[in-house]
Write a protein that binds this ligand. Sequence first.
Ligand SMILES: Nc1ncnc2c1ncn2[C@@H]1O[C@H](COP(=O)(O)OP(=O)(O)OP(=O)(O)O)[C@@H](O)[C@H]1O
Length: 373
Amino acid sequence: MARTAALWTRKAASARVSRLGGGADASLASSSLSLPPTRRRRRHGVTLAWGRGEGGSQAWDSDDWGDPYENEVLSRGGDAEFSDRGKEDDVVIEFRDVWKSFGSKGVLRGASFKIKRGEAIGIIGPSGTGKSTALRLISGLVSPDSGDILVDGRSILEDRRKKGTGDGNGAEDVLGAATEGRAKTNIQLQLGLVFQNGALFDSLTVGENVGFRLYEHSSLSQGEIMERVSDSLAKVGLNGIEERYPSELSGGMKKRVALARAITNDGDGSGVRAEGEMVEELIMYDEPTAGLDPVASTVVEDLIRSLKDKGGVRTYIVVTHQASTIARAVDRIIFLHEGKVVWQGDQQDFKTTKEPIVDQFRSGSLSGPISYV
Ligand SMILES: Nc1ncnc2c1ncn2[C@@H]1O[C@H](COP(=O)(O)OP(=O)(O)OP(=O)(O)O)[C@@H](O)[C@H]1O
């Protein structure tokens, strides 16, 4: 913590200035960055890598673009009191009739699905249908209004009931859990969330960005951290760029750096060791190829696939609109429409299904059940 605090102090002023792009995102960045990153990182226990906002490099996505303290609530895993009831061995994520609104806008409206350990899942569907929200719910950046989410068989609702004071759904309960949960919760399931865009600290070097989690959480020496950083960068095909700054990188490189950050494991969770390396149990990629040219997209798609194939990532979820990413990086597809799962199937099914919503989405036709009016 001290190391990052020093790092932060040294670079905070310029980081704040460089990240404030204007508008709503500026206030988000401002509120996010008004706290030292250590406090924020402790809140959700997931790896946050790519951020929202075209061209922006927000380091942290505070989700509701509101209360940064909400992130405190849902550190995933580990507490001995966390219920194992209902656990299915190979189901790593389960949504049970999940509802989520933002203000008066209903986003998820009874979404239910299961993701098994080892799957390469695509969550697709029309814009605004709640795909990114689903990732945020899994990572604990927001909490459901009703329904439940089981992470590795553990009910977040029950967890919050135990730790909080309310019924597991209300804001008071959330804050109650936050207060108590921070000290008690250990990370058991290694989760990584890779946001849509950069989310690199502009004022930190690539090496400092990639090693950020380790500076925050581990007791590793500087040398050990830099060794892990180099390993992660090598895995994404970016050897030797530790001293560069994000502004010196292309969009595709930034995405790969963010990916390297997501897989740089501090080893304090229960990720399983395989051949001496930590395994990320679940990585979630939010539109990892958005804005990339076709070849750069292929590089990222293959990288996502190869990180799993080589054993560094056990399960992943990709939210994407890109046909190439669906075809190349995904085995099974969950289709969301108007906040519900309307179709699920594998690649072959996706290509051939006559389900009207999927058919329209696939063809890009203006006529059909999907309406943008
Ligand atoms: N924190 C928030 N506060 C207010 N509204 C939000 C918040 N997060 C999401 N929304 C709204 O919820 C809706 C669903 O957003 P979400 O990002 O989950 O959709 P999506 O399916 O990922 O869309 P896209 O494909 O366009 O990225 C959108 O209308 C969005 O503006």
